[in-house]
Write a protein of this length. Structure first.
Lengths: 299, 135
């Protein structure tokens, strides 16, 4: 009996310290979500303007003939940029992304396109190395607060492989979109070749007819890579915010579970303690009775 | 008189937005001045350029160092999409001077040091935006 009591006490202690850790992680994550959301908001104006500029150029020049916008007739290789997190403790965050990436991979293979993974985040990298998969590129160390230079580095590598003679013909990006604090969705997007968004309905105001300094070609040359960078940057920021949100959720349910466990163990411990006391009392009473009986028998 | 609506944005944040009478920026082709009713333009900005926004109405001009990026003008809306930008009032003059000196030293050591040349350009633009004299 005493052994069981000690065992339960030890378990409660260990669960309690786990709960402390998960609670702290939860609080840290919630404070970081706010920061990540602010950074997401701050990046919106630039992205909006650059998207407007790209649509402006593309709708102006009737025949866009830039290497980054032309789709190859028979694509044979596709780069898949997979944005995961550096650290775990965030529920199904990474598993969801990797599952989606696998689905995209088999979809591409079905079309006769060989996917080449480019991975961001330590979790994704270990997942790929563990399975012995070749990676086209890997980056880590900035998943919870990416800077623009990180996005630039990734975009440079991707554009380089895209432009190379025997490089990839398409670039897809698998990342998590931050919808709200409670909802994050894994999305798959093709970023290259650029899809020129042609809306069937006319916009309210006709797009202005731009003049170019120095020329349409030169503007497009420097505009398109910036556009790709900005798309990747926004994916990184969204993924960072989502990572914190799903970590907060995972840690919250871990803390709740730990508290529930503590409650159950405490009850069991009290039962054990009471059983022990009851037994001791009955032993004492039994002993006293036996003594009394023995004394009565002598008389 | 009509005013221009100006926005200066970098990928990480919106640096400034407001109304102005005139915007002067430096594209690859040369300096360009934008006033209200300007035809739509999309221009590539030079590395290490200085952007001047004339706010009019007695307010002082806004000067910023802009490193690369684009200028887009449409319907009296001017957007400056800078890869990196800094308002003149935010420039750390001592740090910029220091950066300029270091860049010049490495250019002297190696004439083909492209990174240092860019760094020097940037430092000069930052100093100019801060209103310092640069040789």
């Amino acid at each position: 009996m005493g052994a069981q009591l000690r065992l339960l006490r030890r378990r409660i202690k260990s669960v309690r310290s786990t709960a402390k850790i998960t609670r702290a992680q939860e609080l840290i994550a919630s404070s970081r979500i706010v920061k990540a959301q602010q950074r997401m908001q701050a990046a919106v104006p630039y992205e909006r303007e650059i998207t407007r500029a790209v649509t402006g150029v593309v709708s102006n020049t009737s025949s866009v003939d830039h290497p980054l916008t032309v789709a190859k007739e028979r694509p044979s290789k596709a780069a898949v940029l997979i944005v995961t997190s550096d650290r775990g403790f965030c529920g199904g965050f990474n598993a969801n992304i990797l599952r989606e990436a696998e689905a995209l991979g088999s979809l591409l293979r079905g079309k006769g396109i060989e996917p080449v993974p480019f991975v961001v985040g330590r979790k994704g990298i270990t997942w790929h190395t563990f399975r012995g998969r070749e990676m086209g590129g890997q980056w880590d160390g900035f998943s919870d607060s990416p800077s623009y230079s990180n996005a630039k580095e990734i975009a440079d590598t991707l554009i380089q492989t895209f432009s190379a003679e025997d490089g990839v013909d398409e670039i897809h990006i698998v990342s998590t979109e931050f919808v709200s604090m409670l909802t994050q969705e894994v999305t798959v997007k093709r970023i290259l070749p650029l899809e020129v968004e042609e809306t069937s309905e006319k916009p309210d105001t006709p797009l202005p007819y731009f003049e170019f300094e120095p020329s349409a070609g030169a503007v497009l040359d420097s505009l398109l890579p910036r556009y790709v960078e900005s798309r990747i940057f926004s994916a990184l920021l969204q993924s960072a915010a989502s990572e914190h949100a799903s970590r907060r959720r995972a840690m919250k349910s871990a803390t709740d579970n730990a508290n529930e466990l503590i409650r159950v163990f405490t009850m069991q411990m009290n039962q054990a303690r009471q059983a022990e006391i009851t037994q001791e009392i009955s032993e004492i009473v039994g002993g006293a009775n036996a003594l009394a009986d023995a004394a009565a028998g002598k008389e | 008189m009509a005013k221009l609506r100006v926005g200066v944005v970098s990928p990480e944040r919106e640096i400034w937005s407001g109304e102005a009478d005139m915007v002067i920026a430096k594209t690859i082709d040369g300096e360009i001045g934008i006033m209200p009713k300007h035809a739509p333009v999309l221009g590539v900005l030079v590395e290490g350029g200085v952007l001047t926004v004339k706010r009019g109405g007695g307010e002082s001009d806004l000067i910023a160092a802009v490193h690369g990026g684009f200028l887009s003008v449409a319907d009296d809306e001017v957007s400056i999409l800078a890869e990196m930008a800094e308002l003149g009032s935010e420039v750390d003059v001592a740090a910029a001077k220091d950066a300029l000196q270091r860049a010049q030293a490495s250019i002297e050591a190696n004439q083909e040091d492209a990174d240092a040349a860019v760094a020097a350009k940037r430092a000069r633009a930052r100093l100019r935006a801060a209103g310092e004299e640069v040789g």
